[in-house]
Design a protein around this ligand. Structure first.
Ligand code: SF4
Length: 371
């Protein structure tokens, strides 16, 4: 079965104050060292495991669009050579102000067929609050340029729960994106991560509280659906068939290889993570691995990931594959269904929009320590 390939690009121009992803300030020497290390690791996997069909490649970060397109192309060529691509979706995360039309054309020519812009908002004050480097005009221009360069699969990330965000400003961001050639939107809630500059009283006091953020989420779900973006996962919405195939590997509990500092993998029957250190990644012949789960993909994990997908979790399939008793789960669903948190259709259960907001506790109720 074909698997996914994730390449972690740990570079940013500057650090956004809410972000706790692993990244360092970009510089040419480090990018060169990272590039060579990615090639070494691809060869290592190819040498050890032989051809592994790859049907999705995802460059995430960090800011992958800061890497010169010749290097990105070189990585794709190497990956195809050692593994073998099978009709791959090839995605790049991009910051709107780090790509121009020429770069986008080069990326398209290199084989990228999906681009995901970290737009976050089209409201200037909200963008300033987030400390983003781009403004709304640059975000719109980047999306238009991507379409001009030939990208049909364009995604935009937006954020919910920004200081000063209202239903009106959120509606404007979403409806303006819907007028552009965007076919996929990811809507994430701002989370104050420990140890980031946002982790302070001043910020906590000015962002919407949990109830208000929940209202913004439900509002976003409705607006997105009205504008033709079908919700297919808790935070993801797509037109037609433009779901992110790479992320579907994660939610379906399918295997993928992650390369780069801090990258996670689920491969060869194990989950493991590379050390989140660029220095370590560049200096070592192959990325160091720390096993995070040596016997993954049991029922609990399959269910916890699968219920995130709005198509629902098929308990009949789980009965056959994991030998669980679906009746026990369906009984627990009764009260959740009465409260409008889950939908039950035969032996299939799925989250409602309200249930998506409480997904962690629903997952804990239904699947943790499942006997
Ligand atoms: S550009 Fe993205 S990865 Fe880099 S600091 Fe900002 S949010 Fe984090």
């Amino acid at each position: 079965m074909a698997i996914g390939l994730y390449i972690h690009v740990p570079f940013c121009k500057s650090k956004c104050p809410y972000c706790d992803f692993y990244s360092v300030k970009v510089n040419n020497e480090l990018v060169e060292g990272w590039f060579l290390a990615v090639l070494r690791n691809l060869e290592h996997y190819g040498g050890k495991y032989g051809k592994i069909p790859i049907n999705t490649v995802y460059f995430g970060g960090g800011t992958p669009s800061l890497v010169p397109e010749e290097m990105l192309h070189g990585i794709l060529k190497k990956a195809d050579e050692v593994f073998g691509f099978e009709n791959p979706e090839i995605s790049l995360e991009a910051n709107p102000c780090s790509v121009d039309l020429d770069k986008l054309k080069n990326l398209k020519a290199a084989g990228f067929n999906r681009i995901s812009f970290g737009v976050q908002s089209l409201d200037e004050n909200e963008l300033k609050f987030l400390g983003r480097l781009h403004n709304s005009k640059e975000a719109i221009l980047a999306i238009e340029n991507a379409a001009l360069a030939g990208f049909e699969n364009i995604s935009a990330d937006i954020m919910l729960g920004i200081a000063g965000q209202t239903e009106n400003s959120l509606y404007k961001t979403i409806s303006d994106l819907a007028k552009l050639p965007v076919v996929h939107i990811s809507a994430y809630m701002l989370k104050i991560e420990k140890g980031t500059p946002f982790d302070c009283q001043q910020i906590k006091l000015c962002v919407p509280d949990d109830d208000k953020t929940a209202e913004l989420y439900l509002f976003a779900v409705k607006v997105l659906e009205d504008l033709g973006f079908r919700q297919y996962e808790i935070s993801n919405f797509a037109k037609n068939t433009f779901e992110c195939r790479h992320n579907l590997h994660y939610w379906r509990c399918e295997e993928y290889i992650g390369i780069g500092p801090g990258a996670h993998s689920f491969f060869d029957g194990k989950r493991f993570a590379a050390k989140p250190s660029l220095d370590d990644f560049i200096k070592n012949p192959f990325q160091s691995k720390e096993i995070t789960d040596s016997s993954p993909a049991g029922f609990e994990e399959f269910a916890m990931l699968g219920i995130r997908l709005l198509q629902g979790l098929d308990l009949e399939f789980c009965e056959k594959k994991y030998g669980i008793d679906a009746k026990k789960i369906l009984q627990k669903c009764n009260i959740l269904e009465k409260n409008g948190l889950v939908k039950v259709c035969g032996k299939k259960i799925s989250l409602t929009a309200k249930g998506c907001l409480l997904s962690n506790s629903i997952i804990a109720t239904l699947f943790i320590d499942f006997q």
